[in-house]
Ligand binder design. Structure first.
Ligand SMILES: [Zn+2]
Ligand SMILES: [Zn+2]
Length: 163
């Protein structure tokens, strides 16, 4: 599974004019906070020869399950990101390298996808969130049931005296 994202580059490395297009999918399982990506990511791109190796230009797309940090509503959103990764026979600081004349673009695409997961997703820019007192979703229900005394132990007593 995902072998279509392992690209043979033996005839590309060191040849600037050569390139190979690729596309494939791989199942991934990623999590950032309450946001998750569980399922296939689709990767398309091209691997081109460089002086000392190859460079992969790619686009990665996957569906993420995001939870709004304000109102806690869950929704699916398509994540889309583009990446660029150079490979040579010597591993770079992230460990990417040409191994046995092959490069694994699925690995670098997974890293790119992980970086594109929003750290603090919101369902909409002006999400009003939940009422801190009664928990009502303020987007659908304008909660105005609490006066200034809300939260104070005397609020209950005041209600008693008022009625
Ligand atoms: Zn929200
Ligand atoms: Zn409320």
């Amino acid at each position: 599974m995902g072998a279509d994202l392992v690209i043979s580059v033996g005839d590309l490395a060191g040849h600037l004019e050569r390139e190979r297009r690729f596309s494939g999918t791989r199942d991934v399982s990623l999590r950032l906070g309450d946001s998750t990506v569980n399922g296939p990511m689709a990767v398309t791109g091209v691997v081109v020869g460089t002086v000392d190796g190859v460079q992969a230009n790619f686009r990665v797309v996957a569906n993420a399950r995001l939870t709004c940090v304000r109102c806690l509503t869950e929704r699916d959103e398509q994540l889309e990101s583009e990446g660029l990764q150079h490979f040579s026979v010597m591993p770079d600081e992230d460990g990417y390298a040409i191994v046995d004349n092959e490069v694994d673009v699925g690995e670098t695409a997974t890293d790119e996808l992980a970086l594109s997961i929003p750290a603090t997703p919101v369902c909409q820019e002006d999400c009003k969130g939940l009422c801190p007192i009664c928990g009502t979703d303020l987007n659908s229900d304008p909660c105005d049931g609490h006066g200034e005394d809300s939260g104070s132990p005397f609020a209950v007593l005041k209600d008693l005296f008022d009625s």
